[in-house]
Design a protein around this ligand. Structure first.
Ligand code: 13P
Ligand code: SF4
Length: 310
């Protein structure tokens, strides 16, 4: 099928089946362009919780589809590629996390949304990079907190809030790879550019940033600011929407270490294609199933997050 035929087919099927297509900003441009909703992890969870569609096609990674299914157990949630996992979620196996929690009695457990349902079931409140600071600061200053699984995000939140949360040592293999040396070289090449970095990046890189924030926060800053040149240290899919909203501005991706590529792409996010999106909508395959008992435990900290981020 040609790209035009795929787009026509997807448009026909979503109408026929009352399906909503949701895409994360790290998807390829053609998937972002065809989606009904594009957003960061928080926006996708918020929109999934409110949709009246019968089918949700979540173009992102597995934990995003799982979060949507947990929030909407009666809906059919499909993902274009079941192999679209997440190294950060994988860095926190539920059994090991349960032992870590047992080693720190009396701690409130805050988990990043990039986790499996089993980890969410062990969690008191879920956060995303958009609301992590706000939610942590809603707890008393002396609250004992475990934060997992992203060490860099937890460390960053500790540094800006003066907290001393106990951190799980997990990381995203994409954000962890941004090269400090290459960023320094780009700063020399573009002395007027503002550096935008996601808090999943390592501390040494975050220290060089003018703005540290979630995917949505970086996009908002780039759009609202009077600045015209930006060095962007997050998955390069976000450049599509940044450029679309700001055609007159220049966005330069920060490259990863050990690579000749200029961009840093998440190989899991990029498994999704228009062909796979069409196929899963047509055949209603790749359905996310969550054990109902587990789902009941995992939904509480997600709903608490949605409540606390209002
Ligand atoms: P946000 O969508 O919260 O910015 O998180 C980035 C990410 O790595 C998603 O997998
Ligand atoms: Fe996971 Fe990192 Fe890919 Fe996001 S960018 S899905 S955190 S591996």
């Amino acid at each position: 099928m040609t790209k035009e035929q795929l787009i026509e087919g997807i448009n026909r099927l979503r109408k026929q089946k009352n399906a909503v297509i949701m895409a994360h900003y790290y998807q390829t441009g053609d998937i972002q362009d065809i989606a009904d909703v594009i957003g960061d992890s928080l926006a996708l969870a918020q929109k999934a919780a409110k949709t009246d569609a019968d089918i949700i096609v979540l173009c992102g990674v597995h934990f995003m589809g799982e979060t949507a299914k947990i929030l909407c157990p009666d809906k059919k949630v499909l993902v274009p590629d079941m192999n679209a996992g997440c190294s950060l979620a994988d860095s926190c196996p539920a059994d090991d996390f349960a032992k870590f929690i047992a080693e720190h009695p009396g701690h409130t457990v805050i988990s990043y949304v990039n986790t499996t349902a089993a980890v969410k079931a062990l969690t008191d409140v879920v956060v995303t990079s958009t609301n992590a600071r706000k939610i942590v600061e809603m707890f008393p200053k002396d609250e004992k907190i475990i934060f997992g699984p992203d060490y860099n995000l937890g460390n960053y939140i500790n540094s800006i809030t003066g907290r001393n949360m106990v951190l799980w040592n997990g990381a995203c293999h994409v954000h962890e790879k941004f090269s400090v040396e290459k960023l320094v070289a780009l700063k020399h090449q573009y002395p007027g550019a503002k550096v935008l970095a996601h808090p999943e990046c390592r501390g040494a890189l975050v220290k060089l940033a003018d703005v540290v924030g979630s995917t949505q926060a970086l996009l908002n800053y780039a759009t609202d600011s009077a600045e015209t040149q930006f060095l962007v240290a997050t998955e390069s899919g976000i450049l599509h929407e940044m450029q679309k909203r700001n055609p007159q501005k220049q966005f330069i991706p920060v490259p990863p270490e050990d690579s000749t590529c200029a961009c840093n792409e998440c190989n899991f996010m990029r498994l999704n294609t228009l062909e796979k999106l069409y196929k899963c909508l047509d055949e209603e395959c790749n359905e996310i199933i969550v054990d109902p008992e587990l789902s009941q435990k995992a939904v509480r900290p997600i709903k608490r997050m949605l409540e606390m981020s209002k």
